[in-house]
Design a protein around this ligand. Structure first.
Ligand SMILES: Cc1ncc(COP(=O)(O)O)c(C=O)c1O
Length: 407
C-alpha cells in the first residue's frame, strides 16, 4: 500500500523530457540481485571488503571534530580549494595541463554528465556515442532530449573511421562522448593512434569531446595510455573522473576538468542544481588523500580486480559454449559477451536468476537500435570462487536455452 491515494484532481502533465525517459533497467535488476544467494555480475559495484573504512572513519571524525565549523557549513560551488589543488596535481601527473581553477568538484561523475548536457544540449542536438555506450550517459543526455548518432566500436574502442563518416555526414554534431579506458560496458580501451585521430577530427569539425574516465587508474596489464585531454592543445576536451572506484562510491565526490569558457557555464549549472558538492565528504576525502597512501590502496585494488578479471576470463574460456565471444579487458570492472544472434539475453535473465546468477542484458547500452544478444558482466564485486561458480552456472543456463531453441 502506498502512503497517498491517487488524487482525484486532474493535475498537469509531466514534462516531455521525463515522459520520454525510460527507467534504468540496471537499477531495476539490481533490486532483485541484492540477495546474497545470487552471484551477481550485474551491478557496477566495487568490492566493499576493500573499502578503506577505518581510514574514512578517521577522516570524517578528524574533519568534523577539528574543523566542524567549515566542514559542516555551506561551501563554494567550485569545490573545496585544497581538494581541487590535490586533483590538479594528479591531473598534471597524467600530462593534463590543469590548474585548480580548471577543476570543478562534482557530486559523482554522473553529475558531470548531467551538467555538461545542461550546458550544451538543446532538444534535438546531436551527440555522438559509441555502440555500445554507458547506459547512464544515455539516460542523462536523453533528459535533455539529445539526438544520438552512434558509431561502431571494436576491440580497440571507438571506430574512428566510422566517427569521421558520421562527423562528415552530420556537421551539426555538438559533442562526442566516450569512455576511452576500460569502457563501461565493453571493457575495451581506445588505442593511442585512435586517441590522436579522434582529437584531430574533433578539432577539424569543431566538436567538443567529453572524456569520461572513472576507470583509468584501474589498469591490470598492458601499457598505460595518455588521456585524450593530455593531448588537447585547443581546450576542446572536457575530462571527468571520480573517487567512486578508487576510494568509495558512497562519498559522491568526483571532478571535471574544463577550460574557462565552459567552466564558468558549468559552475552556473551546478549552482542551480545543488549549490555545491557535500562539504564534509570533500573535507574527508582530502584528509584521506593527504594522510594515507592512496596509491598503495589503488595498487592493492589493481591486484584484487586484476585477479578477478583473470579468473572470469579463464572461466569463460573453460565453460562457455563455442559461438560465444567476449572482450578481454586490460582493466576496469566489466567485460562484454556476445551470444549467437538468435539468443536474447533479456529473455535469458529470468532463467539465470532462478539459477542464482545475474548479469545485465546488453540492449540498454545501445542508444538507438538495440541488438538483443549481448550481456555485460562485472568482475570486481565477486570473489574468484564465486566468479568461477557463477560463470559455470551461466554457461549451463545458456546451453539449456540453446537446447530449448533447438527442440
Ligand atoms: C562510464 C561511467 N561514467 C560515470 C559513472 C558514474 O560514476 P560516479 O559514481 O562518479 O557518479 C560510472 C559509474 O559506474 C561509469 O561507469
Amino acid at each position: 500500500m502506498t502512503a497517498f491515494n491517487v488524487s482525484p484532481i486532474r493535475l498537469p502533465n509531466f514534462s516531455r523530457r521525463i515522459d520520454a525517459a525510460e527507467s534504468s533497467a540496471v537499477r531495476e535488476i539490481l533490486k532483485v540481485t541484492e540477495k546474497p544467494e545470487i552471484i551477481s555480475f550485474a551491478g557496477g559495484l566495487p568490492a566493499p571488503e576493500f573499502f578503506p573504512s577505518a581510514q574514512m572513519a578517521e577522516a570524517f571524525h578528524h574533519v568534523v571534530s577539528t574543523d566542524g565549523a567549515r566542514a559542516l557549513q555551506y561551501s563554494t560551488t567550485e569545490g573545496h580549494a585544497p581538494l581541487r589543488e590535490w586533483i590538479a596535481q594528479r591531473m598534471q601527473a597524467k600530462g593534463i595541463r590543469a590548474e585548480a581553477d580548471n577543476i570543478l568538484v562534482t557530486s559523482g561523475s554522473q553529475q558531470g554528465l548531467d551538467l555538461l548536457a545542461k550546458v550544451l544540449i538543446n532538444a534535438g542536438d546531436k551527440v555522438l556515442v559509441e555502440r555500445p555506450t554507458y547506459l547512464a550517459a544515455i539516460q542523462a543526455f536523453s533528459l535533455y532530449e539529445a539526438n544520438f548518432i552512434t558509431v561502431a566500436s571494436d576491440d580497440e574502442g571507438m571506430d574512428v573511421d566510422d566517427a569521421e563518416r558520421q562527423l562528415r555526414e552530420n556537421p551539426d554534431i555538438k559533442l562526442i562522448y566516450l569512455v576511452a579506458n576500460f569502457q563501461n560496458p565493453s571493457g575495451t580501451t581506445l588505442g593511442f593512434e585512435r586517441r590522436q585521430r579522434l582529437l584531430q577530427l574533433a578539432s577539424q569539425y569543431g566538436v567538443r569531446i567529453l572524456e569520461d574516465d572513472p576507470y583509468g587508474e584501474l589498469r591490470y596489464r598492458g601499457e598505460l595510455l595518455p588521456p585524450i585531454k593530455s593531448l588537447d592543445e585547443d581546450g576542446i576536451v572536457i575530462y571527468l573522473s571520480t573517487f567512486s572506484k578508487t576510494i568509495t562510491p558512497g562519498l559522491r565526490v568526483a571532478w571535471l576538468v574544463a577550460e574557462p569558457k565552459i567552466y564558468s557555464k558549468l559552475v552556473i549549472a551546478k549552482q542551480a542544481t545543488d549549490l555545491h558538492t557535500n562539504t564534509v565528504s570533500q573535507f574527508a576525502v582530502h584528509h584521506y588523500l593527504t594522510n594515507n597512501d592512496a596509491d598503495q590502496h589503488i595498487t592493492k585494488l589493481r591486484g584484487v580486480y586484476g585477479e578477478r578479471c583473470r579468473v572470469m576470463l579463464e572461466s569463460l574460456a573453460q565453460y562457455f559454449p563455442t559461438g560465444v565471444r567476449w572482450t578481454k579487458p586490460e582493466g576496469g570492472m566489466f567485460l562484454w559477451v556476445e551470444l549467437p544472434s538468435h539468443l536474447n539475453t533479456s529473455q535469458l535473465l529470468p532463467a539465470a536468476i532462478s539459477a542464482k546468477v545475474a548479469f545485465v542484458p546488453g540492449a540498454p547500452f545501445f542508444a538507438n537500435e538495440r541488438p538483443q544478444n549481448f550481456m555485460r558482466l562485472n568482475f570486481s564485486n565477486q570473489t574468484p570462487e564465486r566468479i568461477e561458480l557463477g560463470i559455470k552456472t551461466l554457461a549451463e543456463v545458456i546451453a539449456q536455452s540453446e537446447l530449448r531453441n533447438a527442440a
